[in-house]
Design a protein. Structure first.
Ligand code: PMP
Length: 320
């Protein structure tokens, strides 16, 4: 019989049905076990590969960007790095607009994937980068993923990340999902995906607060801390809408920023090469375990890798 050999699907990993691991992690002998999704193992080193792949595949499929077309993202972080890689894989051009002063490692990663970096004035912050991206997009007819408002961001996690968790967790359901919020895509998507499957989880949003505030009492207690990259206060319509609609299933947990950084260092020494937000997420998951009891199946994510933070305070002690 004359059969035509099917060629294997080459050059892809973690985007053709391969899941990131979900690992039970316990730091202290008497501490809770937390199920941690190792998102730093995604190809460009962060969970943002999921939304970048999903958003850009869909944009190509639906004709919102033509082959060889331009994608523009206003972000200095993991999303631009992931968008640069996904653009390279899809034969698209990529431009990141970011405020001056961003670490050179980030710029180099984007350029290694064939992307271009343009700087906006440092004093204008992320708003300047957003305005710059919008101007380029208008001028050159580029596609803007707009991760803070694009419903395809949570949809990527709802469709894939949540399904992976359901297949990986013993018993097939989860009692709590825990994550710091940037766009909210991870927390909202995971939560909705688990609900789609008939689970009734509680969503815990981890909110970093300034260490100095934590003596407990005091008017200044618990002001939001910007020390944890990727976790931001405010601009996400995805999260704001979720809080308005699903408030009864949502708990916001304050975590001291210094505890978050310390925990990231402990996780690194346990063999999880993570960034600061993984420490934040793990600390909040421990607090969730205290509320829900030892039997609760609690899932969180380790969003990105420690190498992204060599020039930050995460490594300050090692340098000193
Ligand atoms: N980037 C990093 C590095 C993070 O740690 C987090 C928080 N988990 C985020 C982004 C926020 O994810 P999302 O945008 O899905 O809320």
């Amino acid at each position: 019989m004359n059969t035509v050999a099917r060629l294997p699907d080459c050059n892809h990993y973690l985007d053709r049905g391969t899941a990131t691991p979900l690992i039970p992690v316990r730091l202290d002998a008497d501490g809770p076990t937390i199920w941690c999704k190792l998102e730093f193992l995604n190809p460009s080193g962060s969970t943002k590969d999921r939304i970048a792949g999903y958003i850009l595949h869909k944009a190509v499929r639906t004709g919102r960007v033509a082959p060889g077309g331009l994608v523009v993202e206003a972000s200095s972080g993991s999303t631009s790095i992931a968008m640069a890689l996904a653009s390279a894989q899809l034969g698209l051009k990529f431009l990141a607009v970011m405020p001056e002063g961003v670490s050179s490692e980030r710029r180099m990663m984007i350029e290694a994937y064939g992307g271009e970096v343009r700087f906006s004035p440092r004093a204008e912050g992320i708003l300047g980068a957003l305005a710059g991206a919008a101007a380029v997009a208008a001028e050159r007819g580029a596609f803007l993923p707009l991760q803070f408002e694009n419903p395809d961001n949570p949809a990527a996690h709802r469709g894939r990340t949540a399904q992976e968790v359901l297949a990986q967790i013993p018993g097939g359901c989860v009692d709590a999902v825990v994550s710091g919020v940037g766009t909210g895509g991870t927390l909202v998507g995971l939560f909705e995906g688990l609900c789609d499957h008939g689970c009734s989880p509680t969503a815990f949003a981890a909110r970093p607060v300034t260490g100095a505030a934590v003596g407990g009492a005091g008017a200044e207690c618990c002001s939001f801390s910007g020390r944890i990259p990727g976790v931001v206060d405010g601009p996400s319509t995805i999260y704001t809408r979720f809080r308005a609609e699903r408030g009864a299933s949502l708990v916001e947990i304050d975590v001291r920023d210094d505890e978050a950084v310390d925990l990231a260092r402990r996780l690194i020494r346990k063999g999880f090469p993570v960034g600061p937000s993984s420490g934040l997420n793990f600390r909040a998951a421990m607090a969730a375990a205290e509320r829900l009891g030892p039997e609760a199946r609690i899932v969180t994510v380790f969003p990105d890798r420690m190498e992204r933070y060599f020039s930050t305070e995460l490594f300050a002690r090692a340098i000193g």
